[in-house]
Write a protein that binds this ligand. Structure first.
Ligand SMILES: [Zn+2]
Length: 620
C-alpha cells in the first residue's frame, strides 16, 4: 500500500515521490522492516549500480520528508553546468544552525563524497548511513553529540558524465561518473587556488559550518592487496600536537579495531615505493594543501582520507566505507568534548602566534618522508614479475592468493622548508584575483584607505622556470608540481627589503586569525601551493622592455670606460664561463642589468611582509 506526497523541489518544479505508508508510520516498525522499505538504490540493485544525481536527490528528499526533525537538505552552491550542490544535515533534535550547534559544544562532522565522481562508494554508504541514523535508527546514537553534514555528490557535473568506461582500474558498479568537473579540473587539486565554482561553494560551506572533523571518500588506484578499507590521517609535525596525538593514538586504533570487528580488512593508505616491485616497501606522501585533507591541516582541523580498494566488489566497498564512517562517528561522539576543545585550542594558538610582531615560531611549508624505515606487516597479494613482450618492461602480475609479509615503511615525515611569518601581509589592490582567493578562504582583511608607500620585506626571484606542461589549466612555476619526494628544487626567491607603493584598496592580511596558515601558504612564494607556484604572478617574471643590440654595444663601452673594475669583472666572466662567452645576448645583458635602464621590478614579488601596521592608512 502506498500513499503519495508532494514535496517542493527547486524552482517551480514539483516532484511526486512515493513513500511506502509503513515506512513513515512510526516506531512500531522493526529496523529490519524499515531497512527493507528504505533500501538505498545501490542496495536495491544488489550493488550492481549506483544512482544518478536525480535519483540520489529523490532518495534524500524522501528521507528528509519522512524525518524532517532530523534531516535537512541545503543547497550550498551551483556547479559550472548549473546543478545544485547539495549538503544533507543530520541532527538528532532538529538543530540545523551551525552557530547553535557550536554554541552547544557539539562536534560538526563533514563527510564529502564523489569529489572524484567515478569513486562513488562514499555516496552510497552515506545514503545507507543517513537512513540508519534517522529512519531505521539502528545508528541513531551516532547523532547523540555529533551533527553530521554530508555532501552526497560534490563533483555533480562529473557525476553526470556517466558511463561504463570511466574507471579502467575499478571493479564496479556497472556505470559511474568521471574524475574531473565540467572544465576538466580535478577538484582535489583545487583547495588552495580555488579556480572552480565548486571549490568556491565548498569554501563558503566550510566557513559557514567550520566542521570539527572532515572526511573525504575516494576509491584507490595503485597496488593490489587484501585490505578493502584504507585511510589516512595527517599526524605530521605541521599538525597541532594534541590533534595529531589524538588521531594517531586514539582515533586510528579505535577505528581499525572497529572496522576489523565488522568483518572488513583495514590499513593506512598504501603507497608502494616502486609500483613494479612491491618488495621494495612502502612510502609516505605529505598531503599538500591542494588536497582536501592537506588543506584541513591549515584550517586546524583533523581530516581523514578514505580510499576504498578499487579491485574489491562494489558491495564490499560500500559496506566497508559505511563501517569506517560509523567507527569514526562513534569515536567523535565519544570524544566530542575533547575534540571540540582541541580544535578551539588549535585556533587560539594560531591567533595568539599571529598577535606577536616578532619572535614568531616558523611555519612548516614543505615536508617529506624521512629516510628511516621500520618493518610493518603488509597483507599483500602474491605476484609474479617477468619481462613483458608488450611493454618491454617489467610485467607485474598479481595472483589471487593472499601473501602476508613484512615490508619496510618510512617512519614519518619531516619538515624540509619553513618560514617565519610576518606580522601581516599587504597585497596591492591590482592583484584582485589573489585577494579574491583569500576572501574565498574566509581570510579577514582590511583595505587601505589611501595610497601608501613604505619599506616592506619581500622576495626577489631570479632564474624562475615554468613547468613545460600546463597543470590543472595553469602554467605552474618553480615546483615540479606533483613532485616526488626530494625532487622539488626551489630557492630562486631571496628575501629583500624594498620601498614599494600600494594603492588605495590594497589588502592588509593580519595573521591573528584562525586560518592564518592558509594565508601564509598562499602568500609565501616557496610554499607548494602558493599563488606564485600556481602562476597567479607569472607576469611579474616576464621581461617587458628590451635594449637593441647596437644600443647596448654603445652602452657597454661607455660603462667599461667609466668603471675599469666592471670591465675586469666582464673579462673574467668571459674567460671563466664558456656558455656566457658564446652567448652574445648574455654578454650585452651583463651591462644592461647593471645599468639604470634595467627594470627594477622584474622578478620583484609585489606582496609585502609587514612587521607592524604603523603608518598604514587603514579603512575602518
Ligand atoms: Zn579519488
Amino acid at each position: 500500500m502506498k500513499r503519495f506526497f508532494l514535496i517542493g523541489a527547486s524552482g517551480l518544479m514539483l516532484v511526486r515521490i512515493s513513500i511506502p505508508l509503513q515506512a513513515a508510520s512510526g516506531p512500531s516498525q522493526s529496523p529490519a522492516a524499515l531497512q527493507q522499505a528504505w533500501k538505498t538504490p545501490a542496495e536495491k540493485s544488489e550493488y550492481k549500480t549506483t544512482p544518478r544525481y536525480d535519483e540520489t536527490m529523490a532518495y534524500l528528499k524522501r528521507m528528509a520528508a519522512a524525518a524532517p526533525k532530523q534531516l535537512k537538505i541545503e543547497v550550498f552552491g551551483a556547479t559550472g553546468e548549473g546543478r545544485d550542490l547539495v549538503a544533507v544535515i543530520a541532527s538528532k533534535d532538529g538543530v540545523f544552525n551551525p552557530a547553535a550547534v557550536r554554541k552547544a559544544g557539539r562536534p560538526i562532522v563533514l563527510i564529502q563524497n564523489s569529489i572524484h565522481a567515478g569513486e562513488m562508494d562514499g555516496k552510497d554508504s552515506c545514503l545507507a548511513l543517513l537512513r540508519d541514523m534517522v529512519i531505521t535508527k539502528t545508528q541513531a546514537a551516532l547523532l547523540n553529540r555529533a551533527v553530521v553534514v554530508v555532501i552526497p555528490i560534490y563533483n555533480a557535473d562529473g557525476h553526470e558524465r556517466f558511463g561504463p568506461y570511466n574507471r579502467i582500474n575499478q571493479n564496479g558498479p556497472e556505470e559511474m561518473g568521471w574524475r574531473t568537473q565540467s572544465m576538466n579540473l580535478n577538484l582535489n587539486r583545487d583547495y588552495m587556488k580555488a579556480d572552480a565554482p565548486e571549490t568556491r561553494a565548498f569554501l563558503a560551506l566550510w566557513n559557514r559550518w567550520l566542521p570539527d572533523f572532515f572526511v573525504d571518500d575516494h576509491v584507490t588506484d595503485g597496488a593490489d592487496y587484501v585490505y578493502d578499507v584504507t585511510y589516512n590521517l595527517d599526524t605530521g609535525p605541521e599538525v597541532y600536537p594534541p590533534l595529531a596525538e589524538w588521531q594517531r593514538e586514539t582515533l586510528a586504533p579505535a577505528l581499525e579495531e572497529s572496522v576489523i570487528r565488522s568483518g572488513h580488512a583495514i590499513s593506512p593508505v598504501i603507497f608502494l615505493r616502486d609500483d613494479s616491485d612491491p618488495s621494495r616497501g612502502l612510502s609516505l606522501f605529505p598531503d599538500t594543501p591542494r588536497f582536501s585533507t592537506g588543506y584541513m591541516v591549515l584550517q586546524n582541523r583533523p581530516g581523514m582520507l578514505v580510499e576504498m580498494h578499487m579491485l574489491k566488489d562494489y558491495r564490499t566497498r560500500v559496506t566497508g566505507n559505511y563501517e569506517i564512517l560509523r567507527a569514526t562517528l562513534e569515536v567523535v561522539n565519544r570524544d566530542a568534548d575533547s575534540l571540540v576543545r582541541m580544535n578551539r585550542d588549535a585556533d587560539e594558538a594560531t591567533i595568539a602566534a599571529g598577535r606577536k610582531s616578532s619572535g614568531n615560531a616558523p611555519v612548516a611549508l614543505r615536508l617529506e618522508a624521512v629516510e628511516e624505515t621500520a618493518l610493518v606487516p603488509y597483507e599483500g597479494i602474491g605476484y609474479n614479475r617477468s619481462l613483458s613482450v608488450v611493454s618491454g618492461g617489467i610485467w607485474l602480475k598479481y595472483s589471487t592468493t593472499p601473501m602476508p609479509v613484512s615490508l619496510p615503511k618510512s617512519t614519518g615525515l619531516r619538515i624540509t622548508k619553513s618560514v617565519t611569518p610576518p606580522f601581516a601581509y599587504i597585497v596591492p589592490a591590482q592583484w584582485g584575483s589573489v585577494i579574491s582567493v583569500l576572501e574565498a578562504h574566509g581570510i579577514k582583511m582590511r583595505r587601505t584607505s589611501a595610497p601608501w608607500r613604505g619599506e616592506v620585506e619581500t622576495y626577489r626571484c631570479e632564474g624562475v622556470k615554468w613547468q613545460e606542461q600546463s597543470f590543472e589549466g595553469r602554467q605552474v612555476l618553480f615546483v615540479p608540481i606533483e613532485a616526488k619526494s626530494g625532487e622539488a628544487s626551489q630557492g630562486a626567491c631571496r628575501s629583500v627589503r624594498e620601498r614599494l607603493s600600494f594603492p588605495k584598496g590594497s589588502a592588509v592580511v593580519p595573521l591573528d586569525q584562525r586560518a592564518a596558515r592558509v594565508a601564509i601558504h598562499f602568500l609565501e612564494p616557496e610554499a607548494p601551493d602558493s599563488a606564485v607556484a600556481w602562476g597567479f604572478f607569472n607576469a611579474v617574471f616576464e621581461q617587458k622592455e628590451y635594449g637593441e643590440a647596437y644600443v647596448l654595444e654603445k652602452l657597454s663601452r661607455e660603462m667599461m670606460d667609466k668603471d675599469p673594475k666592471l670591465a675586469e669583472e666582464f673579462a673574467q666572466k668571459v674567460a671563466a664561463d664558456k656558455a656566457f662567452a658564446a652567448d652574445p645576448t648574455a654578454r650585452l645583458d651583463f651591462f644592461y642589468r647593471r645599468s639604470p635602464w634595467w627594470d627594477s621590478h622584474l622578478g620583484l614579488y609585489p606582496v609585502g611582509r609587514l612587521s607592524s601596521l604603523e603608518g598604514i592608512p587603514l579603512a575602518p
